[in-house]
Write a protein that binds this ligand. Structure first.
Ligand code: GTP
Ligand code: MG
Length: 397
């Protein structure tokens, strides 16, 4: 199945080391982004590049940090490489920073940096200032099945260092491997870690640093859900997307709608009704079914064609009077809706509203592309004049 899915993301399919750029400890002082500067990133249709247009060469980074064996590489492999959770048992310990671009093959466009467990902030070759400066989110992974006192001390050190360099970083704490804990134990562990981490910050006079906590495991969908939330925070268009989804569902009698990045199964937006895990899991399963069937039976003999295109759509009727409805929105995005059977009788209305919704989403991107392009021109002009842009304002559409 992963082989089949791999066709959707040729870059990632073999997990080969050529794709994951290894950055040696001594290497990353000289600006790793310069090597893969992509001045046109974000210009591709349907690809939302949520980097700051004043520094277009830098894709926003999501850092994966935490103690050894906490599960960082497993998370990256499961979410972005379709590795099955059991296979992560054979992953070797990471000994260099592994940098990977999540773009082209996917709607979301950023870099993930997987760190080795033991990073020494006092090592002069570790240019943490440069690393944290371009970081959008720092995910700190804590193994909940282990004694987490050392991890908490490391979390505190990491967060305070990073905050000094860049106050805009989102700090995300994954309380990981919760598959081994009972429900009560999960809640107790989360409460304890939350309390201790915030107390440490308060003691250091840094109450203003906000940490978000998630209970995660690679053995269920919690890791995808947590990653979705991390990525959503980096998408400046999120309120617009949410608004559009709200309007769409309320006018179509739909219970719940998700906008999915098809490749990673990260949902980049949903309407404002609460998300429940089962609903999310069903949507993920539906995407798998559609893509797998399409890969197996939809491609030409020589493998030509794409498993996901403008025509992609699917309807699955569940035995609890609910209908799952999937439709293509952009090259990388799918809308997955939960509709009651009686509401689905007005499919014509839903389809008409969907048509308007799709158009609106495309307009959001067009505006974004225009802004990015004009800023790039502006940026180039500024560079020519020898001036450098000051500040790093976020673009809100
Ligand atoms: N039970 C359980 N085990 C997990 C989970 N995630 C990862 N693991 C296991 O944890 C072990 C370590 O995983 P890695 O991903 O190599 O950990 P790492 O943080 O990258 O480790 P370093 O590269 O040494 O820093 C592996 O045996 C994984 O199978 C999880 O959600 N639940
Ligand atoms: Mg690792």
């Amino acid at each position: 199945m992963s082989q089949v899915l791999g066709k959707l993301q040729p870059e990632d399919e073999d997990d080969d080391e050529e794709e994951d750029e290894l950055v040696g400890l001594a290497d990353y002082g000289d600006g790793p982004d310069s090597s893969d500067a992509d001045p046109d990133s974000g210009a591709e249709e349907g690809v939302l590049d949520f980097s700051d247009p004043f520094s277009t060469e830098v894709k926003p980074r999501i850092l994966l940090m935490g103690l050894r064996r906490s599960g960082k590489s497993s998370i990256q492999k499961v979410v972005f490489h379709k590795m099955s959770p059991n296979e992560t048992l054979f992953l070797e310990s990471t000994n260099k920073i592994c940098r990977e671009d999540v773009s082209n093959s996917s709607f979301v466009n950023f870099q993930i940096w997987d760190f080795p467990g033991q990073i020494d902030f006092f090592d002069p070759t570790f240019d943490y200032e440069m690393i944290f400066r371009g970081t959008g989110a720092l995910i700190f992974v804590i193994d909940s099945q282990d004694d987490y006192m050392e991890a908490l001390a490391r979390l505190h050190l990491t967060v305070t260092r990073a905050y000094k360099v860049n106050t805009d970083i989102n700090f995300e704490v994954f309380i990981h491997k919760v598959d081994g804990l009972s429900d009560d134990h999960k809640i107790e562990t989360q409460r304890d870690i939350h309390q201790r981490a915030n107390d440490d910050l308060a003691d250091a006079g840094l109450e203003k640093i906000h940490l978000s906590f998630y209970l995660t495991s690679i053995y269920d969908h919690s890791i995808f859900e947590a990653f979705s939330k991390v990525v959503q925070k980096l998408i400046p268009q999120l309120p617009t997307l949410e608004n559009l989804l709200n309007i769409f569902i309320s006018n179509s009698g739909i219970e719940k709608a998700f906008l999915f990045d098809v490749v990673s199964k990260i949902y980049i937006a949903t309407d404002s009704t609460p998300v429940d895990m089962q609903t999310y899991e069903l949507c993920c399963d539906m995407i798998d079914v559609v893509i797998d069937i399409s890969c197996i039976y939809g491609l030409k003999e020589d493998g030509a064609g794409t498993p996901y295109d403008k025509e992609s759509t699917a309807i699955i009727k569940l035995n609890n009077t609910t209908v799952l409805y999937l439709k293509e929105v952009t090259k990388f995005l799918a809308l997955v809706c939960f509709v009651r059977e009686e509401s689905f009788e007005r499919k014509g209305l839903i389809d008409y509203n969907f048509h308007c919704f799709r158009k609106a989403i495309h307009e959001v991107f067009e505006v974004r592309m225009k802004v990015v392009k004009s800023r790039k021109v502006q940026n180039r002009l500024q560079k020519k004049k020898g001036a450098t842009p000051n500040g790093t304002p976020r673009v809100l559409l």
